[in-house]
Design a protein around this ligand. Structure first.
Ligand SMILES: Nc1ncnc2c1ncn2[C@@H]1O[C@H](COP(=O)(O)OP(=O)(O)OP(=O)(O)O)[C@@H](O)[C@H]1O
Length: 326
């Protein structure tokens, strides 16, 4: 089963530039979460901080008892093996075949024999639908295939936590939809805890159990998908509907005068919340997602904290058909 990631009071700056401050959230074990936010709000910095590649100056990231920020380097190195990381561009070695790229973490971090490695690599290649392409170089395949190869490489060490940085960037809508299904199928097969950074509204609406959003150097919100999809919070509503009216401007934030003008004209008031759409289900033949049952118990325990629209969405949404809290 996936493991919980507890983030407490995380603050990160580069020199005098504060990226975000006091970020606190918990990625529930085995659930799929998405982190949203306009460009430059520090989503990639957040992912890198979770695995200890960047060091926030304050706060903790607890993974199985290890603090990825202030813990001992040896413990952090070991804990990092629990993570699988899929980078934006696939981050493949250009001179190696897909097979060798995907085998790389196994050769680097384990003492497995080449025949064991072959079994694992070919299994993962099949999972991401690249069977037959394993001999090709990254330069000989499409961007979407490179991403899937990057995902296969992230999976070879059987990670309990999978982090994906903009898995959809550069993909057409159809490929993005296949990738969304692949992520849900992967969760059903592995029960790993997953965090996906994306700008893609379809992924945001259909894939995760939970969503968070970074804006103006803060975590604006983190909670069940139903809470964000019905949110009245202007910045969340604007982002999830892709409207121009709202606090997000071309260069991250609009100034007060522009916001006041919009308010006076009523432009932002016309933007309705995104509304609930069904969450993707695992493909036929795959096991049910184990996280669904745990999530139901978790939401029930939080029931009194939800506004009516969220309760209704949870009750009427796919959680209900899977035995949700309504
Ligand atoms: N190693 C670094 N040194 C200095 N500044 C950095 C470093 N890495 C990131 N930054 C800065 O931190 C801020 C957040 O960057 P980050 O890449 O995390 O944003 P993002 O939300 O992932 O953006 P996008 O959605 O466009 O990918 C940016 O202003 C960036 O320039």
């Amino acid at each position: 089963m996936g493991i919980e990631v507890v983030v407490e009071g995380l603050t990160k700056s580069f020199g005098s530039q504060n990226v975000w401050q006091d970020v606190t959230l918990t990625l529930p074990p085995g659930e799929v979460s998405v982190m949203l936010g306009p460009s430059g709000t520090g989503k990639t910095v957040f992912l890198k901080s979770l695995i200890g590649l960047l060091k926030p100056e304050r706060g903790r990231v607890l993974v199985d008892g290890v603090d990825m920020v202030g813990g001992r380097e040896r413990d952090i190195y070991e804990a990092r093996k629990k993570f699988g990381l899929m980078f934006q561009d696939g981050a493949l070695f250009g001179s190696m075949s897909l097979y060798d790229n995907i085998a790389f973490p196994l050769r680097e971090h384990t003492r497995k024999t080449e025949s064991e490695i072959r079994r694992i690599v070919m299994e993962r290649i099949e999972t991401v639908g690249l069977l037959g392409d394993e001999g090709k170089l990254p330069g000989e395949i499409s961007g979407g295939m490179r991403k899937r190869a990057g995902l296969a490489r992230a999976l070879v060490l059987d990670p309990q936590i999978i982090l994906c940085d903009e898995p959809d960037s550069g993909l057409d809508p159809v490929r993005t939809s296949y990738l969304s299904q692949l992520l849900i199928d992967l969760n059903a097969q592995t029960d790993a805890t997953m965090l996906i950074v994306t700008h893609n509204l379809e992924i945001a609406a259909t894939v995760p159990d939970n969503m968070g959003m970074l804006f103006r150097r803060n975590l604006v919100t983190f909670g069940p998908r139903e809470a964000l999809l019905t949110s009245e919070e202007p910045v969340v509503r604007q982002f999830l509907t892709g409207h121009q009216a709202g606090p997000i401007g071309m260069s991250e934030e609009k100034d007060e005068a522009t916001l006041a003008e919009e308010e006076a004209s009523g432009a932002a008031a016309g933007v309705a919340p995104r509304g609930i759409v069904p969450q993707l289900q695992p493909s036929p033949g795959l096991p049910a997602r184990q996280a669904v049952v745990r999530r139901r118990a978790r939401l029930l325990a939080m029931w009194d904290t939800f506004p009516p629209a969220t309760r209704e969405a949870i009750g009427a949404g796919p959680a209900a058909s899977q035995g949700g809290p309504a």
